[in-house]
Design a binder for this molecule. Structure first.
Ligand SMILES: Cc1ncc(COP(=O)(O)O)c(C=O)c1O
Length: 390
């Protein structure tokens, strides 16, 4: 008899990026000049300071031991100092900071700490896939909230019935947003925190793009909102701000009361990020402000090229104030999957169709600013040809 597989596996939606790498390899093997604007993963060298700190740490045998959830105290301290400098907030390094194997890991595990089977988890659609995956894994009842232009791509808890909110244990929010590039005004965050406090809902504030903002816009921490510590945990990542995606290091900050249950869950799933990577992470965070500047400058230059090229190619997309994404509407009737398939098969350009993020995201596609300006311009020009044919 074959082993049975849990129902929850069947409930997981298809992962948007799952099939692309294989098809990309095939196209490259056929000699196609592929330009990949799919995953938000830039082909840029890690900061030298990270490489040096990692190399040094590798020579210290103590760094090759289990990190456990405590991890490297120097990393926790560097995180706390970063939050103090950047947002003027104080977090106690040993109880209010927790290292993560990339922020995705912590976010995905959080629902296990927050939800009993059948409790409601409110998940934005489109949204980063680990929200729904974590909620399904925890046997939560997923309530999808469509992020559309109607609400400027904001998840408005106040629109939901009180009965639903009473059954809700967790909501996932992410601004600056992937994939829509929407941002969150302070009043929005205030009313959201107020509702979470009223109904005792854990607010998982996913903030990996906090440093990647443009035109003078400064993205906030949720903890700038009064009362947020009562209900929120905030997730951060070294992936995008410091071009360290594959190193797998992130962290969560918040009150000790809310961090402790996540740590308890994680005790049973992982043994903490590699200590040598945490040493590198500490070195990076100690120089965060200077390291992030060239990263933002590079994405800004690309954003500007993309905005111009998109206009020239016939698209009408808003100018993003943050993130490395453009969320581009398609004309009515054009299916995003058809558009993305034509872009890849006919023009060698990889984009993500809205439909890969769920039904509510149909009618859009996402590009990531993961190519240098001339390639980006070339790619968008090719997308324009697909657009003209569609
Ligand atoms: C919104 C959002 N949250 C979290 C992550 C995960 O980042 P990490 O590399 O720290 O796991 C990503 C990565 O693309 C993201 O877009």
């Amino acid at each position: 008899m074959k082993p049975r597989i849990a129902d929850r596996v069947g409930q997981l939606p298809g992962y948007p990026l799952a099939k692309i790498p294989q098809r990309k390899r095939e196209l490259l093997a056929q000699g196609v000049d592929v330009i990949d604007l799919g995953a938000g993963d830039d082909n840029i060298a890690p900061p030298e300071i990270a490489v040096r700190a990692l190399t040094e740490a590798l020579r210290d045998p103590a760094m090759s031991r289990y990190g456990f959830q405590l991890g490297l105290p120097a990393f926790r301290q560097a995180v706390a100092r970063y939050h103090q400098r950047r947002f003027g907030q104080t977090f106690e390094p040993l109880t209010e900071v927790l290292p993560l194997l990339g922020s995705k890991e912590g976010i995905a595990h959080l629902a296990l700490a927050a939800c009993n089977a059948g409790d409601v988890a409110i998940v934005p659609e489109p949204g980063y896939q680990c929200y729904i995956g974590g909620a399904i894994g925890a046997l939560a009842q997923v309530h999808l909230y469509p992020l559309t232009p109607r609400t400027d791509f904001r998840l408005e808890l106040g629109e939901l019935p009180a009965d639903l909110l009473r059954r809700t244990r967790i909501v996932f929010l992410n601004y600056p947003n992937n994939p829509t590039a929407a941002i969150a005004p302070r009043e929005y965050l205030e009313r959201t925190v107020a509702i979470c406090r009223e109904f005792g809902i854990l607010l998982a504030y996913d903030n990996p793009y906090v440093e990647i903002t443009y035109d003078g816009y400064r993205a906030p921490s949720i903890f700038e909102v009064e009362g947020a510590r009562e209900v929120a945990l905030e997730f951060h990542s070294l992936s995008k701000s410091f071009t360290l995606t594959g190193w797998r290091l992130g962290w969560v900050v918040g009150s000790a009361d809310l961090i402790a249950p996540l740590m308890m869950v994680k005790n049973y799933y992982d043994t903490g990020p590699f200590l040598a990577i945490q040493a590198a992470g500490a070195a990076v965070l100690n120089h965060a402000e200077e390291l992030v500047q060239p990263v933002v400058a590079r994405y800004l230059a690309r954003r500007d090229v993309a905005v111009r090229a998109l206009g020239k190619a016939g698209f009408t997309a808003p100018v993003p104030k943050g993130t490395l994404y453009h969320w581009i509407p398609l004309p009515k009737g054009v299916k995003s999957a058809d558009f993305a398939t034509a872009a890849m098969e006919e023009e060698g350009v990889i984009v993500l169709p809205g439909s890969a993020f769920g039904a509510a995201a149909e009618g859009f596609f996402r590009i990531a600013l993961t190519a240098p300006e001339p390639r980006l311009e070339e790619a968008i020009g090719r997308l324009g040809k697909v657009f003209a044919r569609s």
